[in-house]
Design a protein around this ligand. Structure first.
Ligand SMILES: Cc1cc2nc3c(=O)[nH]c(=O)nc-3n(C[C@H](O)[C@H](O)[C@H](O)COP(=O)(O)O)c2cc1C
Length: 234
């Protein structure tokens, strides 16, 4: 009798997943990438079209990769019908955008910004967001967002006809007063309450926060032990 591990060519000898991405459908690759690389932060991106229309949309293929220069990266796909997303078109044309980070109480409003409204309906109005001018770029800032990163396009790297990676330099960091102490630059993580994307329609709130001190080799030689998890003073 064949054991379970041998019945599928996507399993290892213990029955765990072990698969070449080229052997599964793109849809299943998406499922694995989104389901396994979690939690992801959400970039709620404002852009302006050549006609001056303000657009907002959320993206969780998003992270930061450098502080010198300060670089944020977005993974922008085409729409399911193959057309280019407004965000991609606007960033390509204007080279400017604002990436807002989202706290958990903004989850429902953020999700409204992913609705494919007809051109005459503004997702920003539907979501109930308020806009204010940004400091250094033309696309406006969403007042309700805890954090806004004003960003200038560095490079669009096409990965395929329907997938682009967008590298941008953050030219201004902005945060609501309760989130960052402007002198010491401490972030109050409990007030921030960042929302994360899991997969499908699942999201996560920040769970328990703990502290784990980074060790040097000297620390290690002295104690011979790993740092212990402790409760932080927040
Ligand atoms: C939480 C969340 C995360 C998303 N992440 C991405 C993403 O990383 N890349 C992408 O192309 N679309 C992503 N989408 C879908 C876009 O938000 C959606 O296609 C949106 O309508 C695009 O708007 P636009 O045409 O105004 O740019 C995400 C949607 C949600 C709700």
């Amino acid at each position: 009798m064949m054991d379970h591990a041998q019945t599928l060519d996507r399993t290892d000898s213990l029955g765990g997943l072990d698969v070449d991405p080229n052997d599964i459908e793109p849809r299943d690759r998406y499922k694995l990438i989104c389901g396994l690389v979690v939690p992801r932060p959400i970039a709620l991106v404002t852009t302006v079209s050549e006609d001056g229309v303000v657009n907002a949309a959320p993206f969780s293929f998003f992270n930061v990769f450098s502080e010198a220069p300060p670089v944020a990266v977005l993974g922008l796909n085409s729409n399911p019908d193959g057309t280019t997303k407004d965000t991609t078109r606007n960033i390509r044309a204007s080279g400017e955008y604002v990436i807002h980070l989202v706290s958990d109480e903004l989850a429902e409003a953020m999700n409204i910004c992913a609705v494919n409204f007809p051109a005459d309906m503004s997702e920003i109005d539907m979501a109930g967001f308020t806009l204010k001018p940004s400091r250094t770029v033309t696309p406006p800032t969403i007042v309700e967002a805890p954090v806004a990163l004003e960003t200038r396009l560095m490079q669009i790297i096409p990965l395929s006809p329907t997938r682009n990676v967008v590298l941008g330099e953050i030219v201004r960091f902005k945060a609501r007063p309760e989130i960052v102490d402007p002198e010491k630059l401490y972030v109050d993580i409990e007030k921030y309450r960042p929302l994360s994307r899991l997969f499908g329609n699942l999201y996560g709130r920040l769970g328990e926060v703990f502290e784990l001190k980074r060790q040097t080799y000297d620390d290690w030689r002295e104690t011979g032990k790993a740092s212990r998890i402790t409760k932080p003073k927040l």
